[in-house]
Design a protein around this ligand. Structure first.
Ligand code: PLP
Length: 344
């Protein structure tokens, strides 16, 4: 099977497993796990921030991040297609009493003009706007990179309004490799940044929330309250450290593979790319109604050995990652073209 459903399906390679098996560990709730401590220092340094907190998932990392800047009854502004809104069960409302104001954009790129009308004026009748949350790269935007200038502009504007900034950087590493702009240069515009090790980096588990030391000390308390305090978590942190050392630069391969898939899709009658560009490792595409539904195409592809999920009645998403080789990409391109043509 060539599995293009998600970059979360990767399995730890033998060398990563060895690093995990050999990890020095201790009780991380006591702050005594040397490998977790090393991971937290390494990530904080990469992002140019004072401190980092290892957490089980990107969802927990984002939710704690939001909570760091907002109290119950507060509101944050966020792009309407973002992961925090679409795929995290409104946890910020369930657990923290926060409200989100989704801001619609043509291209997932937030700008001061789009946000300004949604900032609440002071008053007893409304929640208080506290924060702007961004996503880099943008998942539902097809792995799109928010351009550096646009991001800097929106963050500068937010700071001028007295609003905090959180970045959902689950795929920030992809943006780093695609643009050459270093992680710390993206991160400098934010109060908190969440990054994932279990997406394109290929570690089995884990994310990190980064910020200043005081914020991360508070975040550590919230993580414990959510049940995210782990014990000998160094076994997991060792996988993340291995991934940071060995799997960041190679993301360029995944991006090149996505370009080849995108070209094959664009060349197939009845299929078209759903986003104007493919910036990184996600390829979202549409199937013409005359050729059937996305679910139908997904089932036919699966029967031919290629797994690609339907994400809407006429839309599919293919994701490249380190467990898909270059020959497998060629094979996937051929299969897509054959199967989609056969359906005509
Ligand atoms: C995957 C992802 C997350 C976090 O997901 P978890 O499954 O909770 O680790 C957060 N944001 C984005 C944009 C993602 O793609």
């Amino acid at each position: 099977m060539i599995d293009l459903r998600s970059d979360t399906v990767t399995r730890p390679a033998p060398a990563m497993r060895q690093a995990m098996a050999a990890a020095e560990v201790g009780d991380d709730v006591f702050g005594e796990d040397a490998t977790v401590n090393r991971l937290e220092r390494t990530v904080a340094e990469l992002l140019g921030m004072e401190a980092a907190l290892f957490v089980p998932s990107g969802t927990m990392s984002n939710q704690i991040g939001l909570r760091m800047h907002c109290n119950p009854g507060d509101e944050f502004l966020i792009e309407a297609e973002s992961h925090v809104l679409r795929y995290e069960q409104v946890a910020y409302a369930q657990f923290f009493g926060l409200s989100a104001w989704p801001v619609t954009t043509p291209d997932q790129v937030l700008a001061p003009e789009l946000l300004a009308p949604h900032v609440r004026p002071p008053g007893i009748h409304t929640p208080c706007t506290r924060l702007v949350s961004l996503e880099q790269t943008h998942n539902r935007g097809g792995g799109s990179v928010m351009p550096y200038d646009a991001l800097e502009r929106v963050c500068r504007w937010a700071a001028e309004q007295g609003l905090k900034r959180h970045l959902d950087g689950a795929r920030l590493w992809n943006a780093v490799v695609a643009t050459g702009v270093e992680a710390r240069d993206w991160a400098r515009h934010f109060d908190t940044v969440s990054v994932c090790f279990s997406k394109g980096l290929g570690a089995p588990v884990g994310s990190a929330l980064c910020g200043d030391a005081q914020t991360i000390a508070r975040a550590r308390r919230v993580r414990k309250a959510l049940g995210g305090g782990m014990r000998q978590a160094g076994i997991l942190a060792a996988g993340a450290l291995y991934a940071l050392e060995h799997h960041v630069e190679r993301l360029a391969e995944d991006h090149a593979h996505a370009q080849r898939l995108a070209q094959a899709i664009a060349d197939t009658p009845g299929l078209e790319l759903a986003t104007p560009r493919v910036d990184t490792n996600l390829v979202i595409f549409r199937i013409d109604e005359s050729r059937g539904t996305a679910a139908d195409l997904s089932a036919r592809l699966a029967a031919a050995g290629v797994l690609i999920n339907a994400i809407a009645p006429q839309k599919l998403r293919a994701v490249t990652h380190l467990d898909v080789s270059s020959p497998q990409i060629d094979q996937a391109c051929r299969t897509i073209q054959q199967i989609a043509s056969a359906q005509a």
